[in-house]
Write a protein that binds this ligand. Structure first.
Ligand code: GLA
Length: 394
């Protein structure tokens, strides 16, 4: 929906006057490289995309959040004075989680009527939850600041951290900061290089020449993802503890150089944990090399690094599965595909591919056919450019 359409729809559902309705937006993300690195303290290179969550909202005079979505029939009422009652909401729990985390930080929240318009596939691995979290945090913070007479600019990194806390405390996923950071801090035509240990970041211009980013969705229904994700976090923590017996100065796996890893990997007792650590260490190296390649305009070199990352996620980190592997193999069989790999947590969700513009039709046809023949249902495609992070749309 356009901003004008969302405002109209808001008035249809909540009544009142359009001039009192404000609009806030926050995008999803595609991670280009640096996968399963954020919770290990290395650097990641995601880009915000132009799909995401838009909220039309108006403050209320009470402490209620009244929420609806353009694509759902749900009508959710959250009383912020009973905020712990809403953890099990099917839709609305992320928003309740955000309200709770903001209140823990001492913010005096005001109620709001809010209409959500989501253009991301729900649970498709493009950070639909981070988009909802960051957009909600921004809306509630702006309203609270205005009520308190504060005119300061909203600290978007803080919004990302609030979003991460809501995800951890409400959804129970021990996630890193990447998704919320990209959603909050993305910039048009740029990727965001984030050091997840310090949150230092820089925007890296993404000039892909005659190529585009093509996202392909497995459309697989993801189940077990939370438990498998948390299992990988535990395996990395074990690998780190073993490494610290020989290198006590290392605080995070992402700090290990490839040389340090090779010289000390025997200290990691379990084979599986050693494989997970090997992925992390070499993936961090690939992120650094990717930034160099992009800055030098070496798109082919960048594509090779994407492929190597994908192979490592399949063989060492083991977070792919037949659907993602089929998509990646099909993508790489197309001549104009420069690189392709899974993106996000894995176990389903999406792949990211860099494809020559004049091969995009062939790419879609080939991947659609090979995937549907093998998996039995269709993939979806999104051709996207990097977009801006969380903001109010005036
Ligand atoms: C999910 C998490 C992120 C990150 C990725 C894997 O998207 O939310 O924090 O760990 O998986 O890179």
């Amino acid at each position: 929906m356009t901003v004008a359409e969302i405002k109209k729809e808001f008035i249809k559902r909540f009544g009142g006057d359009e001039k009192d309705v404000r609009v806030f937006a926050s995008p999803g993300r595609v991670n280009l490289i640096g996968e399963h690195i954020d919770y290990n303290g290395g650097s990641v290179l995601p880009a915000a995309i132009t799909l995401g969550t838009t909220i039309a909202a108006r403050p209320r005079n009470d402490r209620m959040l009244i929420m609806e979505a353009t694509d759902l029939t749900d009508h959710v009422e959250v009383d912020m004075d009973k905020i712990d009652d809403y953890k099990d909401l099917w839709w609305g729990n992320y928003q309740a989680g955000i309200a709770k985390e903001l209140m823990i930080d001492g913010m005096e929240l005001v109620g709001a009527d809010m209409l959500y318009d989501d253009t991301l596939p729900h649970g498709g691995g493009l950070s639909s939850s981070a988009a909802i979290e960051v957009a909600t945090a921004l809306t509630l913070t702006v309203f609270a600041n205005e009520k308190a007479g504060k005119s300061e600019k909203v600290d978007m990194i803080k919004m990302a951290l609030i979003g991460q806390r809501a995800e951890r405390n409400y959804a129970g996923v021990s996630c890193g900061i990447m998704d919320q950071f990209a959603s909050a801090m993305g910039k048009e035509n740029c990727a965001v290089l984030v050091d997840c240990a310090t949150l230092d970041y820089k925007h890296v211009p993404l000039d892909l020449g005659d190529c585009s980013i093509v996202i392909t969705n497995t459309n697989k229904k993801r189940s077990l993802i939370t438990s498998k994700y948390n299992e990988r976090c535990d395996e990395c923590a074990k690998a780190l503890a073993d490494i610290q017996t020989v290198l006590p100065e290392i605080k995070l796996l992402g700090e290990l150089t490839t040389e340090q890893f090779e010289a000390n990997k025997a200290a990691i007792k379990c084979d599986i944990c050693r494989k997970r650590a090997e992925h992390v260490v070499y993936e961090c190296y690939r992120v650094a090399k990717s930034v160099e390649a992009l800055q030098a305009g070496d798109i082919d070199g960048f594509g090779k690094l994407l492929n190597a990352s994908g192979d490592s996620l399949r063989d060492l980190y083991e977070v792919t599965g037949v659907e993602l592997d089929t998509l990646v193999d099909a993508a790489r069989s197309v001549k104009g595909c420069i690189g392709s790999r899974m993106t996000g947590a894995g176990f389903g969700g999406c792949t990211v591919s860099i494809v020559k513009n004049d091969s995009i039709d062939e790419f879609k046809e080939t991947v659609h056919k090979l995937y549907t023949d093998k998996i039995g249902y269709e993939p979806s495609f999104y051709i996207t450019t990097p977009g801006d992070g969380g903001r109010e749309i005036k």
